[in-house]
Design a protein around this ligand. Structure first.
Ligand SMILES: [Fe+2]
Length: 274
């Protein structure tokens, strides 16, 4: 990838609210398979509780792995990886199996690859649009531990449940979300050039999708909007997918919920920085 490539990705992101960037498909595939094996092992051992960690001041679903229901029609297994997770779990004293180790190692490599890619896009974006996102972003990666602002890799496994339909329309509480190609299901977005429609935006193999979360309002002073999106899951079919939430820390405000944060921005912050 050249500087010119990152510049055109930054331009797409600015103009369309989303963009695609080429990624190393082998790294994604390996992380994907390791995550599947890890979650499947949790199901077999029924030991989800052992893998769930909470960090002080952090959203309770932000670390480790758990069964999660976003409503009766959005039933899934969620894993959240950040570089502190493995060490924290080791402190609990249980030895890790090869499957666990594979998951942590491949998730770490993917985490490093995606943070490097996003940092490169932010360097280009900052230069083009006179923002200052990179330095804020760098504080939220690696061994960062910030309330509601730690950059995490999310693995999702949707069991083949009859009622399953996917996530309803929403915005994310990240600065940027990156979505990787998965198995089954699709992603839909409300794109400015297609008003009133939800358009399929799933990334193709070898690419990741980038789009804005709510924190972009702060860094662009409301000039750029977060992307409204949803997902579809075919009832009765399994779906596996991975996404990463890239954060910045907002001084004086914890972004616990994207919808509330959006309201807070327009009601309280935008007046101060119009
Ligand atoms: Fe989302």
């Amino acid at each position: 990838m050249t500087t010119q490539n990152y510049t055109s990705i930054a331009q797409d992101l600015h103009q369309k609210g989303h963009a695609y960037a080429p990624i190393n498909n082998e790294i994604v595939t390996h992380a994907h398979e390791s995550q599947k094996a890890f979650i499947t092992l949790r199901q077999e051992k029924n030991d989800f509780k052992k893998w769930r960690l909470t960090r002080k001041g952090e959203n309770e679903i932000d670390r480790g792995i758990q069964k999660f229901s976003g409503g009766r029609k959005d039933i899934k297994f969620v894993s959240h990886f950040d570089p502190c997770l493995k060490e924290d779990l080791k402190k609990q004293g249980d030895p890790l199996t090869k499957v666990d180790d594979d998951y942590f190692a491949s998730a770490q490599i993917l985490y490093d690859m995606l943070t490097t890619q996003v940092a490169s896009v932010l360097i280009a974006y900052d230069k083009l649009y006179k923002t200052n996102m990179l330095s804020a972003y760098l504080h939220t990666i690696d061994y960062a531990s910030l309330p509601y602002a730690t950059t995490v890799l999310r693995g999702l496994g949707y069991p083949p449940v009859v009622n399953q339909s996917g996530a309803k329309g929403h915005i994310d509480r990240s600065l940027i979300t990156t979505c990787l190609p998965g198995e089954g299901g699709s992603l839909l977005g409300a794109l400015p050039e297609h008003p009133g429609e939800m358009v399929e935006i799933s990334p193709k193999p070898g690419y990741m999708l980038l789009f804005w979360g709510v924190k972009v309002l702060w860094v662009t002073k409301g000039q750029v909007k977060p992307l409204w999106h949803s997902s579809e899951t075919t009832p009765g079919e399994p779906r596996w997918t991975m996404a990463m939430f890239h954060h910045i820390f907002i001084d004086g405000y914890e972004v616990r919920d994207a919808k509330e944060a959006k309201r807070h921005y327009w009601d309280n912050v935008h007046e101060v920085f119009p």
